[in-house]
Structure formats: C-alpha cells, structure tokens
Ligand binder design. Structure first.
Ligand SMILES: [Mg+2]
Length: 390
C-alpha cells in the first residue's frame, strides 16, 4: 500500500469562540477548522482534525518545501510511502521538518497525520484502533461534559443542572471569566457544586493565560496558585487543570506537592521527550495528552505506558470535533484505569458538523467505545465540501 495524497482541508464557519453569561452553551472554534485527509492507492482513507493556526498548517503540509532535509513539507515526505510504517514515518516527519518544526504547528500537523495513519492501519487490519494498540480493556467510559465558565452563579447553576438533566455524572468548567475576580470565582464554583450535588464529579480548568483569555496581564503568583488549589478543595473538586504556564514544569511540581486537589495537565505538552520530563518531574496526578497536539497516537500510547509506570491517571484532552473524541476513546479503551472521556458539549456548528459519531451518552453517564475497524467516526464529506475554504 502507498500513500497517494496528504490533503490539508481548511473549513470556514460563522461562529467564534466564546463563553456566555447564563445557561446557554459556550462555543468552541466556530470560525476555522483544519482537517487532514491521507489517501492510499488501495482506497483506504484516514481523517483527523487539528487545533492550530490552520492557514499556516496548510502551508506546512502542502505548500512549497525546500531542498534540504529539515526544511521539507510534510506532504512531500509522505507521498509514496507505506502508510502501515506509522512509527518510522513519525520519525521521518519529525526530522524532515526539524528546522522549522519540532513543536507548535509542525507537531500539531504531525499529530493529525499520525492519527490518519493509525486509522488506515487499523482499517487495513480489519480491527478497531484499540485492538490494534493492544486490546480493549473497557467497552465504555464515563463522559464529562466539558464547557466554559458562565459569568454568574445563576448561569452556572442553570448550566450545571442542564448537564445533570442530560445524564452527565461529571462536568468540567474552564476559562471564561475565571481568574478575573477571585470572589466571583468562588461563587461560580460553589454554584456548580450546589447544582451537581455532592456525588457528581466537578472538574475545574482555571486557564493559564495571564489574567483570563481576553486581556494580557500578569501570571498567577506561586502564592495565588497555592491559595487557588486550597479553596477549590472546599468544593470537592476532582482536579485543577492546566493553570500554570506550560513551560513551568518546576512550578507544576511545586504546586502539586502542596495541593489538596489532584493536578491535571499536559494538553500543551508534545513529544515523548517532554512527557518523560513532565511526568518524571512529578508535575501531575492526571496526565492529559491531546492526541491532536502531542504527536498523535504514536506518542500518546507511549505516554500511557509512562503514566502506568508512574502510577498516575491518563485522561486525554479532547475538546474538538468527533474525530479527536474518536481517537481518544480508542486509546482510553486500552488503559488499565479508564477514568473519563472529555466530551465537548460546546461544539460550534462547524466542529459538530464535520463527523457523524456512533457514540452517545448512556443513562448511566458513560459513552460506549466503538469496536468497528478504525475509530468508529464517519466524516460527513458533503458538510466538508460545503464549508471548505481552500
Ligand atoms: Mg484545559
């Protein structure tokens, strides 16, 4: 089998990212979305999504490359290759783009391509990706509704009640206005806990952008970060997520060693080498590789081994289209301890419309994990054509 095309597909929508004041749902990427499609001469096709500066990613995958190794486009490195050689090709892509890449947009593009290749490989083998990766230990996993903070306690209460009514046993609120006003932060978390009751899981993602996501400002001080995790414990928060600058491994380790609530992070970490350091330095209780950013399934499966070795949990970060949820569910199925799947309830019309998924929330708050060849997610190619911008 040979790779015949590596196509970056840029989609344009009409909504924009943002939180709401009240119970209404927040919106994720509504303006641009990048998909990657890898095609083969035997008719098998892999699809993946990427969260990145999409127009630049198009150039990295399919633009004009240069002659020397280290300056190649990812597409030219792949055409004619055997798609079943997934991990050899990961190395080829990483080295082939090393001068301009290694992290950021290049590793996000490599992640999408790597996921496509794993999808093709599992379709070729006639098994689900989880079986290809070593076997299904779980056929379902608890889903947590993943959304943004609302601006008022009333809005938080109504939103949380809405997720309970839909059957969720776990909810994560993140970003939005959190961090702008410590007094209000506490009221928002208290309101969510009240609506969820004492038994359901409440997860908090305070965000690490300086002083919120709208305006630049100073990062949290060490003292403020410790104070934050201490008061979050008053509300039985299941974890505090990604609230420190992603380069500050030392800061993560310091706060984690003093935190009464578990620390979750890793969505901004990429490559096996950085995960080895992040986990090895004791930064987290829950490692959260994002399969569309970390280097793809090839990296994430090795992170799962590291997490097991370190005695910590792994819950993939997956706040994008059904494609990323699909890849994440397959990895989760193989884990010794499957705690949650992140379920993006804030999808825009653009991110929601890209793929039809067979996974649905069950009355017990879990999502069944597909066991069909590939990842069990079907791309709506008509929708993709209608929204295509390149
Ligand atoms: Mg997060």
């Amino acid at each position: 089998m040979r790779i015949t095309a590596v196509e970056p597909i840029l989609l344009k929508g009409t909504q924009t990212y943002g939180a709401t004041a009240g119970a209404e749902e927040a919106t994720d990427n509504g303006d641009w979305q990048l998909l990657v499609r890898v095609a083969t001469d035997e008719g098998l096709t892999g699809w993946a999504d990427a969260e990145t500066l999409a127009p630049a990613a198009v150039a990295i995958i399919a633009g004009q490359g240069m002659a020397v190794l280290g300056f190649k486009t990812l597409g030219e490195l792949l055409i004619g290759e055997n798609p079943l050689d997934v991990e050899r090709l990961w190395d080829k892509l990483y080295v082939g783009s090393a001068y301009y890449g290694r992290r950021g947009i290049a590793i996000q593009c490599i992640s999408a391509i790597d996921n496509c290749l794993w999808s093709i490989r599992s379709q070729a083998a006639g098994v689900s990706l989880a079986r290809l990766l070593g076997g299904r230990r779980h056929d379902r996993v608890m889903a947590y509704a993943s959304t943004l903070f609302r601006e008022t306690p009333e809005g938080m209460k109504a939103a949380a009640q809405g997720y309970v009514d839909r059957g969720f046993h776990a909810v994560k609120f993140g970003w939005g206005v959190f961090g702008e006003d410590p007094g209000r932060d506490r009221e928002l978390v208290a309101a969510a806990r009240e609506a969820l009751g004492p038994e359901r899981h409440l997860l908090v993602d305070p965000g690490w952008y300086p002083a919120g996501w709208k305006t630049p400002g100073p990062m949290r001080s060490r003292r403020d970060a410790v104070a934050l995790v201490e008061w979050l414990a008053d509300y039985g928060v299941g974890w505090c997520e990604d609230f420190i600058h992603p380069e500050r491994f030392d800061e993560y380790a310091y706060i984690r060693s003093r935190s009464p609530v578990p620390i979750a992070a890793g969505e901004q970490v990429a490559t096996v080498w950085d995960f080895q350091r992040f986990i090895g330095e004791g930064c987290v209780d829950v490692i959260q590789p994002d399969l569309s950013r970390c280097g793809g399934v090839s990296v994430a499966k090795r992170v799962a081994e590291m997490a097991e070795q370190a005695g910590i949990d792994l819950v993939p970060h997956s706040w994008l289209t059904h494609l990323l949820t699909g890849y994440s569910l397959q990895l989760i199925s193989t884990l010794p301890r499957a705690r949650f799947v992140e379920f993006n309830v804030s999808q825009s019309a653009l991110t929601a419309g890209i793929a039809r998924a067979s996974f649905r929330l069950q009355p017990d708050g879990t999502v069944p994990i597909p066991d069909t060849p590939g990842i069990g997610v079907e791309v709506d190619e008509d929708f993709v054509q209608r929204h295509r911008a390149n």
